[in-house]
Design a protein around this ligand. Structure first.
Ligand code: SF4
Length: 224
């Protein structure tokens, strides 16, 4: 069995258990557990806040308007979904009912705490070199508790799950901006994704310099 198959099988096993999770009350209102998807062998993992309406309906992360904006930003940074792994800090949709309509809301501290073991299991299996936190809540889990997204985005940190972590603006936040504010926020997202890609390349080169006898992974080298 290759290492690749081992990673995928381990991740699948965790996903099967997460799909029946009832560790918090969000289990009562979800349609699907949105575990995460992408390349589990990627050195680059993107972590968002939680599923929205479209994600809850499809079971896939970042498939709504925010997902389309993320895809565009990834393309501008020279990447595609197939090159990264994407997940969220909570796996079920958090929402409130306002005027008869379900509106997304940030996850509570209790919900995040209940769900973090799934994120921990994912990241422990994938062992990324670089994590991009999309938005402040993800950065509060991955980087440090009192993370301030506007002040600290674009800076490099270490994380218990990766040697390098950076936070970027969440695509859903960018979509709420208009005109020049939208353009500025979107440009920052692209800039941070480009920085993340460059950091992966830098760390892989450092790893390979330290381990000259390990054959390079052709697939990964083609992008990073
Ligand atoms: S949000 Fe996380 S902890 Fe809560 S039920 Fe869903 S998978 Fe379980």
């Amino acid at each position: 069995m290759t290492d690749e198959r081992a990673v995928e099988e381990l991740l699948k096993e965790v996903e099967q258990r997460a799909k029946v999770c009832i560790a918090c009350h969000l289990a009562q209102t979800r349609t699907h557990v949105v575990f995460g998807e992408g390349n589990p062998r990627s050195p680059l993992v993107l972590v968002g806040e939680g599923p929205g309406e479209q994600e809850d309906l499809t079971g896939r992360p970042f498939v709504g308007r925010a997902g389309a904006l993320l895809d565009r930003a990834l393309r501008e940074a020279g990447m595609g979904r197939q090159h990264v792994y994407i997940c969220n800090i909570i796996k079920c949709r958090a929402f409130t009912i306002e005027n008869g309509r379900a509106r997304n809301r940030p996850p509570t501290a209790d919900e995040i705490q209940a769900c973090t073991p799934w994120l921990d299991a994912q990241l422990t299996i994938i062992r990324p070199l670089v994590i991009v936190c999309l938005g402040g809540p993800a950065a509060s889990v991955i980087i440090h508790k009192n993370f301030r997204i506007m002040q600290e985005r674009g800076q490099w940190f270490t994380s218990r799950w990766a040697p390098a972590a950076i936070a970027a603006l969440h695509p859903a936040y960018i979509l709420r901006q208009a005109g020049p504010a939208f353009d500025r926020a979107y440009a920052l997202l692209v800039e941070d994704l480009k920085a993340a890609r460059a950091k992966v390349i830098e760390l892989k080169q450092r790893q390979q310099a330290q381990q000259p006898l390990v054959p390079p992974d052709e697939e990964q080298l083609s992008l990073f």
